[in-house]
Design a protein around this ligand. Structure first.
Ligand code: SAM
Length: 435
């Protein structure tokens, strides 16, 4: 791997787009090669930016080059995107952006391409009109794949452009106060004393604190003592909607990295929580979060859709099914998602989600609540799932959330939150069922 920051950025983006690897997999490895934390942050900023504006960067290159670079030189194509992104979107002096990018080409074994790269970047510098995208096809204008734009347009004819634009913005930093360790007033006072600007914008989520600026969270007051966790406000609704109590036996069927497991325990520390995830490697983070926040759960690697392999036969009062999904509601946090997902993935995910709902339903006590959650904005993963499930599950009753009777869809950017979907389903109590 190269050690030049621009070369690393080009490699990371190339690995995401051309090799289908997740940015959260490749970026930390690349960051480890940079000693300075400012460089690590800049690398992230460039990778996020290139993946956000990929279709626009590509459209510019198409105008300036006769044809894209051949397969062996593809990382250099991404280096061009890195260079153009810096020139237009970052406050790095043009001469530095260009010379660093040309130097990066040498590291990527593209010495013969340095003239071309230099030429393209200097042309971009002189032609600001290249960044006018309003008249371009939607896939370029919004920098999302066509299939996703089409699905969003069908689902949200009036709002789809707002959703696509919200996906292009940087996500804010939300914290969740751990009420087992500190009060909201105590934590926010400590933030103020540390000169950290904060807001508490959602009356229904008093422990959700929005910071005005991105921060190194490990340097915030009370990090080691477990006073808070990072969690988007949309995700913080889960532990409220599920109404956990100390007496409850709760199943968190897809728990990793443990954000909602911890929040459930913060709200009901006496509850007995079984937290499953099929990916054993992701459970390390669940344990780490529970330890830091000083909480306890029974954490196990298991396939939630196959209860025969892990269930002890005792019914649960509450089930959280935070299902694997397209993550189309959190594109602003993970700009690579739009390029990694394919239209065909949605059918496969929907089948898994439906199977999980049906397999877990018998494990719920009569009178108990199952909360179905996804960080998706696609109806196929959300309202359609519920409609199918309710159609042939006689003892399932959908409870309204925030006045919505068909599940609650939060759109990205709404009240500064991620896109999320919740449906709260109650199993009819036995007495009513027998009437
Ligand atoms: C949306 S994430 C869960 C986020 C988590 N609830 C939180 O708040 O931190 C979905 C999780 O489902 C897990 N998963 C996927 N298929 C599963 C299955 N069949 N059984 C259990 N977990 C599964 C994935 O490994 C992933 O960690």
């Amino acid at each position: 791997m190269p050690t030049n920051l621009r070369a690393l950025a080009a490699q990371c983006c190339y690995q995401v787009v051309e090799q289908g690897r997740s940015l959260s997999d490749v970026l930390p490895k690349a960051q480890q090669q940079l000693a300075d934390s400012k460089d690590q942050a800049l690398l992230q900023e460039i990778c996020f930016g290139v993946l956000r504006y990929l279709a626009q960067l590509d459209a510019i290159c198409r105008q300036l080059m006769e044809k894209p670079l051949i397969k062996q030189l593809r990382p250099l194509q991404f280096l061009l995107y890195v260079g153009i992104y810096q020139l237009h979107w970052l406050r790095i002096p043009d001469h530095a952006a260009i010379s660093e990018t040309v130097e990066a080409a040498r590291q990527l074994k593209g010495k013969s391409m340095t003239r071309l790269i230099n030429g393209v970047l200097r042309t971009v510098q002189r032609r600001p009109e290249l960044f006018q995208f309003e008249q371009q096809p939607d896939a370029v204008r919004y920098s999302h794949p066509g299939w996703l734009i089409k699905q969003l347009q069908q689902a949200y004819p009036a709002d789809f452009a707002d959703i696509l634009q919200a996906n292009q913005l940087k996500a804010p930093l939300w914290l969740r106060v751990n009420l087992q360790q500190v009060t909201v007033a105590g934590f926010t006072q400590a933030l103020t004393e540390a000169d950290v600007e904060w807001q508490q914008p959602l009356a229904e989520l008093p422990e959700a604190i929005l910071l005005s600026k991105a921060q190194d969270i490990s340097s915030l007051p009370g990090y080691q003592a477990g006073w808070f966790a990072v969690q988007d406000a949309a995700a913080q609704f889960a532990a409220h909607l599920l109404e956990p109590a100390d007496t409850h036996r709760i199943l968190d069927a897809c728990c990793a990295p443990g954000g909602k497991t911890c929040h459930l325990l913060e709200r009901a520390p006496g509850a007995s929580v079984l937290a499953l995830d099929v990916d054993a490697s992701r459970l390390e983070r669940v344990h780490a979060n529970l330890d830091r926040l000083q909480l306890q759960a029974d954490v196990r690697a298991a396939d939630a859709s196959e209860p025969d392999s892990w269930w002890d036969g005792q019914l649960f009062d509450r089930i959280l099914l935070d299902a694997p999904c397209s993550a189309s509601g959190v594109i602003r946090r993970h700009p690579d998602i739009r390029w990694l997902r394919k239209a065909s993935d949605i059918d496969a995910l929907a089948a898994i989600q439906q199977r999980m709902l049906r397999q877990l339903w018998p494990l719920l006590k009569p009178g108990g609540i199952l909360l179905y959650a996804t960080c998706s904005v696609l109806p196929q993963e959300n309202s359609t799932q519920l409609t199918q499930f309710l159609a042939d599950t006689a003892d399932a009753q959908l409870l309204p959330i925030q006045g919505k009777s068909q599940g609650w869809q939060i759109l990205p950017g709404q009240q500064q939150m991620d896109g999320f979907f919740y449906a709260k389903v109650m199993k009819q109590p036995l007495a009513e069922k027998n009437l």
